[in-house]
Design a protein around this ligand. Structure first.
Ligand code: ADP
Ligand code: MG
Length: 396
């Protein structure tokens, strides 16, 4: 178990500078934050520290600026959004590696908050450079990592710095992510059902392989299913199929046996356009020249039944091209089944940026047990890999 923020003594925390790595890698539009989900997710940690009189110094990356400053990827708009949430001014550290930044953190009042400019403006960040980490370490008296979404990367602000600043503990978001995702893997209430979809099988082969021995069933939808259909020798028309993964898909099918459940029908069309003519066809009746863009209604019913009978459900990847109605029905059906399963007492965990977005669009974000904020990090964790940003934190 990793040491958490709550284990720190309140009296000890008072007046100290907490260097907190957060994941404020948010979408920007017209110089403002377009989606503040990740900012809101960090608020419990920030508030806990402020209430105890800590001085809170936040670091994050944003986008991929490739090791040099890029005004379009500045965290300044995030500081403005954060001020709105906290109702206090947020000091902006224009260069968190400068002496001036260190002085700014020392001038913070108790409960004050500062935000450093994009860590990836420095080439040493992604290189996990010790010298850069040493500069970051000057900004705080202890370290908190709340950036679950960045925990699968060994970077200066997520890994090297945690060796230099002690204690190094997990924040509340990090703790919540590790608890829910860990719970699903380690002590799932059975039946344990995984629902997988999305565009490509290639990025998720490792996840399917590592889940197979743990789950009672994997329900497969999305374009991913098409690669499995090709492996079975079925017509896939113009559907998205990864030719170089067909052999592997066939091998997985053989190994998984009954556990791997494919769709029985599909919603097909000749092009991906809103309100285009569609057909619902059984999975072995795809007309050549047509493409599968969603699972069909019989599949939704079958998947929903399995989901609602489950004790634990892990969902990663939309069932269809949910961004383009009417191909959103399969994904919505799965989202509602997860909500119903949750009402009946199941533990339901959603990982993956697009699946989470679909859930939010359906207004069901609060209807499942946990929606992970970390796309790639959640996948790697569920694959059973050690996350470098977690491994470096203190043990209890
Ligand atoms: P997540 O972010 O939840 O892990 P992915 O990124 O793997 O999910 O996949 C999401 C994408 O998969 C969506 O943009 C969706 O449109 C696409 N997708 C799902 N089903 C299909 C399909 N049948 N054909 C083409 N694209 C699909
Ligand atoms: Mg995605």
């Amino acid at each position: 178990m990793k040491r958490t923020l709550a284990s720190l003594d309140s009296a000890w925390v008072e007046g100290k500078r907490a260097l907190v790595r957060v994941d404020f890698n948010v979408p920007l539009a017209n110089g403002a934050v377009a989606d503040d989900t990740r900012i809101r997710a960090a608020l419990p940690t920030i508030r806990w520290l402020r209430e105890r009189g800590a001085r809170v110094v936040l670091l994050s990356h944003l986008g991929r600026p490739k090791g040099k400053p890029d005004p379009a990827q500045s965290l300044r708009p995030v500081a403005a959004a954060l001020e709105g949430h906290l109702g206090i001014p947020v000091a902006f550290l224009a260069d968190p590696t400068s002496d001036e930044a260190v002085a700014q953190t020392r001038r913070l009042p108790r409960g004050g908050v500062a935000l450093g400019e994009n860590t990836r403006f420095h080439a040493g960040e992604e290189a996990n450079d010790g010298a850069l980490a040493a500069r970051f370490a000057l900004l705080g008296d202890f370290y908190v990592n709340d950036a679950f979404g960045s925990a699968h990367r060994a970077h200066a602000s997520t890994a090297a710095v945690a060796h230099l600043l002690k204690p190094a503990v997990s924040g509340f978001l990090m703790e919540k992510e590790l608890t829910w995702l860990g719970h699903a893997l380690e002590q799932p209430k059975r039946p344990f059902v995984a629902v997988m979809g999305g565009a490509k099988i290639s990025g998720k082969i490792d996840l399917i392989e590592s889940l197979l021995p743990k789950v009672d069933a994997i329900l497969v939808g999305g374009a991913m299913a098409c690669t499995f259909f090709r492996a079975r020798g079925l017509e896939t028309g113009t559907s998205l199929v990864e030719d170089d993964r067909v052999a592997l898909a066939g091998e997985l099918l053989g190994r998984a046996g009954e556990k791997l459940v494919l769709p029985v029908d599909a919603v097909v069309a000749t092009a991906l356009e809103p309100n285009i003519t569609t057909q619902v066809v059984p999975c072995d009746r795809l007309p050549p020249g047509w493409s599968r863009y969603d699972v069909g209604p019989r599949t939704v019913r079958a998947f929903a039944e399995r989901i609602m009978a489950a004790g634990t459900v892990l969902w990663n990847g939309p069932m269809g091209v949910f961004e383009t109605p009417p191909f959103d029905q399969g994904t919505l059906g799965v989202a509602h089944a997860l909500a119903e399963a949750t009402r009946q007492g199941a533990v339901t965990v959603v990982g993956g940026g697009d699946s989470a977005a679909a859930l939010v669009a359906a207004g069901l974000e609060g209807a499942v047990s946990h929606v992970s904020t970390g796309g790639g990090a959640a996948l790697e964790f569920l694959e059973g890999r050690d996350l470098p940003g977690v491994a470096v934190l203190d043990e209890t």
